[in-house]
Design a protein around this ligand. Structure first.
Ligand code: URA
Length: 244
């Protein structure tokens, strides 16, 4: 790769908001939860392999690889959970990270929270006369590997895997994005605000409108009736915006 190509690639990733780039074979960080030490990060000339804009989901998946070791989450995961749904989706849902069921099946939102998400999408669309079902949208997560004990992903894990989320969004170019929970909101909007403050109004990731709503796992907890009602309102809003 010559200097001009390298500069072009670096600019492309900088535009995406990617602050550091890792190679496939970067050594895994120690098992305890600590930021990846800077000395383990490869210098920019070792960038591998970088992708131009306009790439497909298959190309991004191939770049991620079958045994990604870019961060410590590789150590406890069984399967990488890249995403599922339509590459032509006009709406993308972004969750936090795979749970136990997703880790076992390699698919996002297939456990209890996933069943609730499916009900919310299918039920709201059907009630509102919108002819779409879950397979018509695209669903993925900020991090593609299950955090141990379902802990919240750490900032460096979100930054490393965020590169792939951003590339997925650029490949699909949906009409809107629905961020499920505060981790997805943080990754997309670079905010520390929680869902309660962010929901109910439009935000943007680059030029794509974003709605933030409660994560389905939160809605599964008892005594969250109000949040449930609000989540259904958020979903109605984004579905009508995208499909009317
Ligand atoms: N929670 C998430 O954030 N993502 C999944 O895929 C499943 C549960």
């Amino acid at each position: 790769m010559n200097r001009d190509q390298l500069r072009q690639y670096l600019n492309f990733y900088q535009d995406l908001g990617v602050k550091s780039i890792y190679r496939h074979t970067a050594p895994a960080a120690p098992p305890e939860v600590r930021p990846t030490p800077p000395e383990l990060r490869p210098a920019p000339p070792a960038l591998l392999p970088l992708a131009p804009p306009g790439e497909t989901l298959d190309a991004i998946r191939a770049d991620l690889g079958d045994d990604c070791r870019r961060c410590r989450l590789c150590e406890a995961r069984s399967r990488i959970v890249f995403g599922s749904g339509s590459e032509q989706a006009r709406l993308v849902f972004v969750g936090e990270g795979p749970g136990a069921d997703e880790d076992a099946q390699g698919l996002p939102f297939v456990g209890r929270a996933g069943q609730l998400l499916t009900q919310m999408i299918d039920g709201t669309a059907s009630k509102e006369g919108i002819p779409i079902r879950r397979p018509d949208v695209y669903i993925c997560n900020v991090v593609k590997c299950r955090p141990p004990e379902n802990r919240t992903p750490l900032p460096d894990e979100m930054e490393i895997c965020g590169e792939f989320l951003f590339r997925q969004l650029l490949a699909i170019r949906p009409k809107a994005i629905c961020a499920l929970g505060s981790t997805a909101a943080k990754a997309l909007l670079d905010t520390k605000d929680g869902v309660t403050r962010l929901r109910g109004r439009w935000h943007k990731w680059r030029d794509i409108p974003v709605i933030v709503t409660y994560h389905p796992s939160y809605l599964l907890r008892p005594y969250n009736q109000n949040a449930k009602r609000e989540a259904w309102e958020d979903l109605k809003k984004v579905l009508h915006y995208v499909y009317d």
